[in-house]
Design a protein around this ligand. Structure first.
Ligand SMILES: [Fe+2]
Ligand SMILES: [Fe+2]
Length: 161
């Protein structure tokens, strides 16, 4: 049986790979803008699964909303969105120093954020969801399918299964 943590870990792995491609393309701006676009769509899709499906389910079941761990994760998502915008601005301006600076900050934030989700947030969601876990994974898959068909979690999940 796939757990929520297993399923979402595939998204973190996909985002790590796509981030590296976007970072490595710095200076080759047409390629960088393309790679950044794919990374951005994938990261935002992953965040949508958390903010639209998993965190609300956790908050409903546990009663922990304000000041709880999911609120901290949402605040970090806001920082990630801002850094994605900074990278996109820098790519448009062909400003390599600013692009790589924003990329460095985003990478550090993502690493810390993903570690907290994997070690704490996802297990708490799994525990709170109980028998609803499969239903929540199905709702996350629906978000994958509604976007450009990136299907990142499924693809990486299959590769590592
Ligand atoms: Fe997250
Ligand atoms: Fe995540």
């Amino acid at each position: 049986m796939t757990t929520i943590g297993d399923f979402m870990l595939g998204g973190h792995a996909a985002c790590d790979d796509l981030f590296a491609q976007a970072e490595n393309a710095a200076g080759d701006w047409p390629r960088a803008e393309g790679a950044l676009g794919v990374f951005r769509d994938t990261l935002l899709e992953h965040i949508a699964m958390e903010e639209e499906v998993l965190f609300p389910a956790f908050e409903d079941e546990s009663g922990a909303a304000q000041g709880g761990p999911s609120e901290t994760m949402r605040a970090e998502h806001q920082q990630m969105r801002a850094l994605l915008e900074q990278m996109a601005d820098a790519a448009r301006a062909h400003d390599e120093r600013r692009y790589l600076g924003a990329a460095d900050t985003l990478l550090m934030l993502m690493q810390q954020h993903n570690m907290k989700e994997e070690s704490m947030m996802y297990p708490m969601i799994e525990a709170a969801a109980g028998t609803r876990a499969d239903e929540l994974i199905a709702q996350c898959r629906a978000i994958e399918l509604r976007s450009a068909g990136t299907c990142t979690c499924s693809r990486h999940g299959a590769a590592t299964a």
